[in-house]
Design a protein around this ligand. Structure first.
Ligand code: C5P
Length: 232
């Protein structure tokens, strides 16, 4: 898969999602279905969007004992999503079990990427609540290396970490980066942001963009602008 823009469909119902995606009459964007939409609309939303021709990143961030994650992943694999994810904090045995569950009888499988430390966790929270005393960027890189050791395809990370992840884990190891804003746009609650063009320069493989597209006056034009800045 090459570089692409993934649109975060953070809607609370299937209807709102269809109303938004119906605006796209030309190219079908790669979409991200997160917990809110999946829990509200159920697995049929995946089937429906797949049927409409969208590629799907199912962002459910699994984290449980290896056997449970393995079985859950085999259900997701049958839904024919393109990318799914888990928490690297579940450790290597859980990530290996996830890959096993995801792999179909014919050897094919969706891409599997790991969340390292959530970007809502900072150094202070990590030390106080998780008793992890190492510098946070070392923790993120260590988790990325664990994901690679387990055989995963990449990580979700801040665009500011993408370059380092590639240096440590190789060019082929995917970096999927949210926190993208247009140079002239509103940052909202995202603090450390990059433009699509900057994300391209630092080597992100996929950017995940929500509100700059979903809340734009012309979402299709905003999407096309992202594609132009990031992919061309
Ligand atoms: O609207 P916005 O562009 O900020 O949306 C970014 C998307 O990426 C949201 O679905 C958000 O939950 C997700 N995300 C993020 N930061 C992370 C991981 C996921 O913003 N570290």
């Amino acid at each position: 898969m090459g570089k692409d823009v993934i649109v975060a469909c953070d809607f609370s119902s299937a209807e709102a999602t269809y109303e938004f995606l119906d605006k796209f009459t030309g190219r079908k964007p790669f979409v991200k279905i997160g917990m809110e939409l999946f829990y509200a609309a159920g697995p049929s939303i995946v089937k429906e969007l797949k049927g409409r021709g969208h590629k799907i990143f199912l962002d459910l961030k699994l984290h449980d004992i290896p056997n449970t994650v393995k079985k859950a992943m085999s259900v997701l694999s049958n839904m024919d999503v393109d990318i799914c994810n888990l928490h690297a904090g579940g450790a290597i045995p859980m990530m290996e079990a996830a890959l096993e569950g995801l792999t179909r009888a014919d050897g094919t499988r969706p891409l599997l990427i790991a969340v390292t430390q959530l970007t809502s966790t900072d150094q202070e929270t990590m030390e106080r609540d998780l008793l992890i005393k190492e510098p946070i960027d070392q923790v993120v890189m260590h988790y990325a290396e664990n994901a690679k050791k387990a055989g995963l395809d990449g990580v979700v990370c801040s665009p500011l970490e993408a370059e380092k992840v590639h240096a440590r884990c190789g060019k082929e190891f995917l970096t999927v980066t949210p926190g993208v804003r247009f140079a002239d746009g509103d940052k909202g609650d995202q603090k450390r942001v990059m433009t699509p063009e900057q994300a391209k320069l630092i080597g992100s493989d996929y950017i995940v963009v929500g509100r700059p597209i979903t809340a734009a006056a012309d979402p299709v034009a905003a999407y096309e602008r992202c594609v132009r800045e990031f992919c061309d």
